[in-house]
Design a protein around this ligand. Sequence first.
Ligand code: ADP
Ligand code: MG
Length: 748
Amino acid sequence: MCHGCRRVSLVSLLVSALDEPLKRALGTRTAGALGKLGLETVGDLLSHYPRRYAEPGRLTTMSELTLGEHVTIVAQVSSVGVRRRNRGKGMIVEGVITDGVSRMSLVFFAPYAGMAHTIESQLPVGATALFTGTVNRYQGKLQLAHPSYRAIEDPDDEAEALVDASKPIPIYPASAAIDSLKIQAAIRTVLDPLRREDVPDPVPDEVRRAQQLLGRFAALQQVHVPVTMEEAYRAQAALRYEEAFVLQAALARRRAEAAAEPATARPAAAVGLLAAFDARLPFTLTDGQRDVGVVLADELAASVPMQRLLQGEVGSGKTVVALRAMLQVVDAGGQAALLAPTEVLAAQHARTIAAMLGPLAEGGMLTGADGATRVALLTGSQSAAQRRQALAEAASGAAGIVVGTHALIQEHVQFADLGLVVVDEQHRFGVEQRDALRAKGRTSPHLLVMTATPIPRTVAMTIFGDLESSTLTEIPAGRAGVSTHVVPADNAAWVARTWSRIAEEVAGGHRAFVVCPRISDTLTEPADVVDHLADDESGPESRHSIAAVEDVVAQLRGEPALAGVEIGMLHGRLTPDVKDAAMADFSSGKVPVLVTTTVIEVGVDVPEATVMAVLDADRFGLSQLHQLRGRVGRGSDPAVCLLLTHADPETPTGKRLAALAATTDGFELAEVDLRDRREGDVLGAAQSGRTNSLKLLRVVQDRRVIERARTDARAVVTADPSLDDHPVLAAAIARTLAGEREEFLDRA
Ligand code: ADP
Ligand code: MG
């Protein structure tokens, strides 16, 4: 065999038909246009599924047309022309078609000239074509507006064309460079020559059979060329399941890999810091806190690393649960690291934990209890001396608990014996960051991830599918809670009432937050603080400017109702010292009104805060507002959250705010929020124009599919952890999720 031949056959062995570049399959021109949609290979193109299907029309003749009917007719073009629209932008293509007996008109609206001329050229006078559309009447005459059409070049093809016309017409996500029809043609070109063995199936046969789903080859054919709508739906179901299955298999593998690394068992001690802490707790744990505590205690006592997600309603007391787990580990001779997303939050955690522990955290001091440990704080902006001390305490083991921001992940940070990593408010941390911190243990540390806000179950399964999950639903007793009201910001009397309400609360010894979407005209919070301001920017934006911290501070200082009340300011662009001072003055009551941004969204805990006014509340996502209002009502006095908005109550935005005022169930709100926002905002990647591994799957709607796929995928991975017997699945995981998984997990 010649050298060259051998190479060719090797290549054809390694490269499956689906990996063939579109350039080679379709030519550079079409491939170039498809490339702009992120489609590079035959496999990519076949995974570019129709967005929807146009129903075939009833095949009829012109003389039998009825108004409003969806029809398909065969007719000849008797005139066609393009003109500019009288009003509005764009062009109009007008035509007249005839079946030899009757005539009717056609009209197409085209946003730009190129498109109009394409239509014109595809329907030259004399051409015969199939037209499908809904019959309407314009200026007394029957017409088809925007029919789909297909030219019949050879009259002998008419019969075949009629058969095709009775099938659903796939409508593809298209672009200015390539329209749906051309995409359909390109797909047919690559799909028609494929054989079953060219299309490996990542879902094992027995799973497909058990779920009664089409195989991948059949599913691809029927999703692109369905004979009936039932076929299209069946194909979509199979492909949707496949997406869920591959993703869940990837997560199951990740979980299996982490579980395979041995951990050090950290069993609870009969006497020690945890027992002493429990004895000095000023409240009793809720049932939920106790139950989750038992689960964590057991998992920490095992030599398999714990991998657990702790979800909880805002204010449900996740920190205490985490602290008890940390103390168990410290009692067993290990250290715990607590990772927080912002400096404000890290500093606050260190302070609250030290305060809750009291003498138990005063190791090495005269006041310290027997066996006391230390709490070290490590953030990026500390002084060199503070940093040196924290690093030394972490490395020597003197600090049983090390709290920090991303700074904790850096290479030179060392622990004597890291046994537990707690990640607070996970959605700001990525998988890699988790892993980097994990790598600092001698054995694999146990892992506890806490979410900032409740997230719907399927989202948890999708984003944190490699973790076991526990939920705290209960809010500790003795909390007065928050009542929420929408305040029309255009009504001066109501706005004035907001300020006087704040003044009353302050006079009663309480504190107030005033939250703004922006820092100033030109400044918003850095991206790591604000990551999901509502993007639908609806609302009468043009009529007023968006509330900004700097302006509102000035405004409130001049507000008669608040005369004599100190007004402070906190946002993410202040230096850490200034931020700490602002928080401290607010906590102590020296400055009882704090004008701020979403920096206070996560975890800030000031029990005396009883009122929060959110300005331009429609600018925030529902989950975010829920999280924000969780900052008040944490003490025994009832609290109120006032959502000021210019949005009309009858608009979707107005209704969203009303929904928030009507419920305090964070899980319910999270679902509403997710349904409203584009899926991609939650799972990342989608908007970037790159292909996303989730095409048909919708994380909220497809709960049952995701649950089924998760069970199946876990069974497959448990039986074959290395996936040696499932090479196609292993390849699908690698291909679909390479880079992208990290990307969306990071951002989620
Ligand atoms: P989150 O779950 O939102 O992070 P935290 O852990 O910050 O909630 O707890 C909120 C507040 O509730 C804290 O001040 C905490 O000390 C208090 N807390 C926690 N558990 C209880 C309980 N069982 N009874 C009363 N107060 C509690
Ligand atoms: Mg918290």
